[in-house]
Design a protein around this ligand. Structure first.
Ligand code: HAM
Length: 465
């Protein structure tokens, strides 16, 4: 049979990797919420011109990497290669720049697509987690975004972090610098790589990104961007750096950091992680300021700033450096009908246990009890609940502690109490509003605990009542 596999450069996210993605995404969502960013969900499919106009005709993304095609109506559409343009388009379409308090603070999570050469840390479909703050020019807002990114990585447990930062300045600074750099590279152009020759014409700043060994020395000695900044751009940048210093966010200025998307102006930055051998798989996340993009897409001139992280890269570095939290999935109760006859009734008990707030599963087509116990062990189960013919008749069940092997017969009407008694101290308090630890006395006054006995995820509260 023809074995159908994933499309080149794409990958399935399953099992532990899926759990880790969920954890990383949750941490991101919680932090975004703390900072006052709201989620925007935009389509994966956009008109191609959105990206040619924003990410830019001279960027590698638009020139070589877009998943661009004609739809059945002959319209040129593309799978989004990034989110910033879509977020600005969405805000412009909803007229948020006219009606809403500025800045508009948006976050997003989802897949992006680039037809790149697959290699470590580089996929054709990858997930991004990102933020954009639209509609205000303030160095404090730039610092907020940069600080958010740093704190997010710290929260995930990253230690050897390097935040690289640079400024491209405003239009005047960029154009002065472009001129200088063209003059500098012109006499050497013949010896330079073919990409650089193209960049020289399209976007000379991007030559500074060249990693081809024979060009590196030349690039290193290129004139420094700093010398071509207008005083306004210099001042704006130094206010951002001052705030980062105040916030004790360590950074390293990198004169050659230019970024590959055309919409940037002023500050740009990247977060890198280096392992013990000093190796990096590329930026974990990156971002910067843009001063023309919003005007281009909305007709109203405003500034914006944002960043995006790559989920695959975050996961891969966390995993290879043993920074992932324990993700063992634990089942509170496995219901074990002895034969098919007890399955429907056992399933009703299963739903009841889930309604109590315990993680519960069942053998849908029961084999021997022995094999059910093996399966329960593989699923890290705490309690087995055995239901046979006798139990069905007497409305009871046998509750067996998988660790101690001690078992007891429990009337079903007492099942909730029995489970609470055994599981309360183990039970995870995920989602409990007070964030209490079950081993401590909790005096939170969340409304669940007193008013809706079974709706409170925190069984500790129930016991106190
Ligand atoms: P970017 O640097 O192109 O910036 O992508 C951001 C992050 O996405 C990268 O640092 C990397 O972690 C991840 N990434 C990019 N391409 C791939 C790939 N092929 N495979 C795996 N991960 C990848 C942007 O996309 C900008 N929109 C960021 C931004 C937001 N600037 C302002 N606001």
């Amino acid at each position: 049979m023809d074995n159908i596999v994933t499309v080149k450069g794409t990958h399935d996210v399953i099992n532990d990797e899926a759990i880790a993605y969920q954890e990383i995404e949750l941490a991101f969502r919680e932090l975004a919420d703390l900072y006052g960013y709201l989620e925007f969900k935009t389509p994966v499919l956009e008109y191609s011109k959105l990206f040619t106009r924003s990410v830019g005709e001279s960027s590698d993304i638009v020139r070589k990497e877009m998943y661009e095609f004609l739809d059945k109506g002959g319209r040129s559409v593309s799978l989004r290669p990034e989110f910033t343009a879509s977020i600005v388009r969405a805000a412009a379409n909803a007229k948020l720049f006219n009606t809403q308090d500025l800045p508009i603070k948006a976050f997003y999570v989802g897949p992006a697509f680039r037809y790149e050469r697959p290699q470590a840390g580089r996929y054709r479909q990858f997930y991004q987690l990102g933020l954009e703050a639209l509609g205000e020019r303030s160095p404090i807002l730039d610092a907020e975004i940069i600080s958010f990114g740093y704190k997010f990585l710290q929260l995930l447990g990253f230690k050897n972090l390097k935040l690289k930062i640079n400024t491209l300045g405003d239009d005047e600074s960029k154009s002065n610098y472009k001129k200088a750099i063209k003059e500098y590279f012109k006499p050497h152009l013949e010896e330079m790589c073919s990409d650089c020759k193209e960049r020289y014409e399209l976007n000379p700043l991007r030559i500074l990104d060249c990693k081809v060994p024979s060009d590196i020395e030349l690039v290193k000695n290129a004139p420094s961007m700093k010398n071509y900044l207008t005083s306004e751009s210099k001042e704006y940048y130094s206010l951002i750096l001052d705030m980062l210093n105040e916030l004790q966010i360590p950074f390293e200025e990198d004169d050659s950091l230019v970024r590959g998307l055309d919409y940037y102006s002023d500050v740009v930055f990247e977060y890198h992680f280096y392992d013990e051998e000093g190796k990096s798989i590329g930026a974990l996340g990156a971002g910067g300021h843009y001063d023309k993009l919003i005007g281009e897409l909305s007709g109203i001139n405003h500034d914006g700033v944002g960043l995006a992280f790559g989920l695959e890269r975050l996961y891969s570095v966390l995993q290879s450096n043993n920074l992932l939290p324990d993700m063992t999935h634990v089942l509170d109760v496995m219901v074990m009908p002895i034969s098919d006859n007890e399955v429907p009734f056992s399933y009703i008990i299963t739903e009841y246990i889930r309604d109590l707030g315990y993680k519960c599963d069942i053998s849908y087509s029961p084999k021997s009890l022995k094999s059910q116990f093996k399966k329960a062990e593989r699923k890290n189960t705490r309690f087995a609940l055995i239901v046979g013919e006798d139990e069905l008749k007497t409305q009871t069940a046998i509750l067996k502690n998988m660790e101690t092997q001690v078992q007891e017969k429990v009337p079903l009407q007492d099942l909730a109490d029995a489970l609470d008694k055994h599981l309360i101290n183990h039970h995870s308090h995920e989602g409990c509003e007070c964030g209490c630890d079950s081993d401590d006395d909790c005096d939170c006054d969340c409304e669940h605990d007193h008013e809706h006995e079974h709706e409170c995820c925190c069984h500790h509260h129930k016991e106190e009542e």
